[in-house]
Design a protein around this ligand. Structure first.
Ligand SMILES: [Zn+2]
Length: 474
């Protein structure tokens, strides 16, 4: 079956067909984090969603080139480094590393390319020069450069492709220098910001003097540099649709780099907001969680990922700690079943079989329908129930278990939950086991016994096996 996705550009669900439909290559860009703090759980809804899209495209046989930018120069970053006195690269490097660790915790595959804005200043300047030459960008007396929406429209281009703009507000000619604005009007926005005293040492030389790029132009320059002037898929949180993504379209299509008739992006996908404990997340309400906050509370990345993937990406989702407890119970049901199936396949070598599990077919049917995860999870838990019933009859053979395990592993590549692994043995325990073995070899049995007792007090025991001493939890 064909994969169908909602395209924000046309406000409808449509079949996903990449430009390179024959070889099934897909260029996918997801707006990444602005690295000025730890990412909160709302940010990660979008990144986990992007990971699902990428994994599912691979499941469908597409070869995905997944690009995610790191915004490492922006208004908020400049404010923070001025407050903390940390150099730009050190400050943003710290939060970029933290972001990548969080992605790993949530079992997201790392994007194939992670361009940092500060490494693309020449491409950004080239793009602005091009817009200026085409009469769409103009410089102001302070050495800044703005995108001119009226001139863009005069070229026959449409500003307001992703959102319906208020026609009255569009008459405004105000200029916006900040990176973020939420008024539903078409305002000229900054492409290049002339250096001001608050910028400190954060500036680059340019044809317009010293300054730094605006946020929106960074994504246009990096996505086109790495994926070409027209690519297949662009994702982001719904709060980015306007103005950020609208501005990206304007800058990119305003450059005229696309082949005639081709858009900047064929398919736009937007993930909805996340509420936490029923409210918009905010530090003052005490419902603001980073991934590491939740890990500190004892939840695993796998549980957080599962909960973030429970609701359809276009629905507002209410994330709660109770929901995380529920995620733990649900995942445990899957793990117990996988354990039983594995045990059965290990008991007797399974004979090869031609039969296939129905699970991947059902899950794929659901995900083909605009990534209908609710239906996909319902199929998974029906499978858990039915397989448990079949196991209880005692007629389930190792071949059946192998078939169902193979089915699970196949859809697992798309869902990315992994299996619960036993906790690794802490190094201090391994050290004591080694010391006990050494004591025994030296015939110091008193010491060996003392270490054994010590291990017991720490909740561990030692089993002497043919391959050596093995620590085991009590
Ligand atoms: Zn972006």
């Amino acid at each position: 079956m064909a994969l169908r996705l909602f395209n924000t550009l046309r406000r409808q669900v449509e079949e996903f067909i990449p430009f390179d439909a024959e070889d099934k290559n897909v260029g996918m860009y997801c707006c990444g984090p602005t690295v000025y703090d730890y990412g909160h759980i709302g940010n990660f809804r979008t990144f986990v969603f992007a990971d699902l899209v990428r994994r599912y495209l691979a499941f469908k046989g597409f070869t995905v080139n997944h690009v995610m930018n790191i915004t490492d120069v922006e208004d908020k970053i400049i404010r923070r480094i001025a407050e903390s006195g940390t150099p730009l690269a050190e400050f943003t490097g710290r939060y970029t590393d933290a972001f990548l660790e969080d992605l790993d915790i949530l079992k997201c595959l790392r994007p194939h390319q992670l361009p940092r804005a500060t490494n693309f200043i020449p491409q950004i300047i080239d793009l602005i020069v091009r817009l200026e030459k085409r009469g769409i960008a103009y410089r102001t007396s302070d050495g800044s450069v703005y995108f001119g929406i009226a001139a863009y429209r005069t070229c026959g281009c449409q500003y307001g492709q992703l959102v319906q703009l208020d026609p009255d507000a569009q008459r405004q000619t105000e200029r916006i220098s900040g990176d973020e604005y939420d008024k539903e009007n078409a305002s000229d926005f900054a492409l290049w910001k002339a250096r001001v005293s608050q910028d400190g040492s954060v500036f680059w030389e340019s044809p317009w003097g010293q300054g730094r790029p605006g946020w929106h132009i960074e994504c246009s320059a990096m996505s086109m540099a790495l994926l070409g002037p027209s690519f297949d898929l662009h994702l982001g949180g719904e709060d980015l649709a306007f103005p950020h993504h609208e501005d990206e379209i304007a800058q990119s299509e305003g450059s005229g780099l696309q082949q005639c008739g081709r858009p900047f992006v064929k398919h736009w996908l937007h993930a909805s907001h996340l509420l936490v404990e029923g409210k918009k997340m905010s530090k003052s309400l005490g419902n603001y969680y980073t991934v590491r906050d939740l890990v500190t509370q004892g939840f695993s990345g796998r549980e957080i990922r599962f909960l973030l993937l429970r609701a359809h990406y276009r629905e507002t989702f209410n994330f709660t700690l109770e929901g995380l407890e529920g995620a733990r119970v649900a995942l445990n049901r899957i793990d117990v079943l996988l354990g039983r199936l594995t045990e059965l396949t290990e008991s007797i070598p399974a004979a090869p079989t031609d039969s296939v599990s129905k699970l991947p077919i059902k899950v794929a049917e659901a995900l083909d329908d605009d990534l209908n995860v609710s239906r996909a999870w319902a199929s998974v838990f029906d499978w858990v129930r039915d397989t448990n019933v079949a196991l209880a009859t005692g007629r389930f053979q190792p071949t059946d278990a192998a078939r169902e395990l193979a089915g699970w592993h196949l859809i697992e590549t798309a869902l990315g939950l992994g299996r619960k692994l036993d906790q690794p043995t802490p190094p201090e325990i391994l050290e004591r086991v080694k010391a006990r073995t050494a004591a025994k070899l030296a015939h110091d049995f008193v010491k060996a016994d003392l270490i054994r007792e010590e291990l017991r007090s720490l909740g561990w025991t030692v089993e002497d096996t043919k391959t050596g001493a093995k620590p085991k939890r009590l």
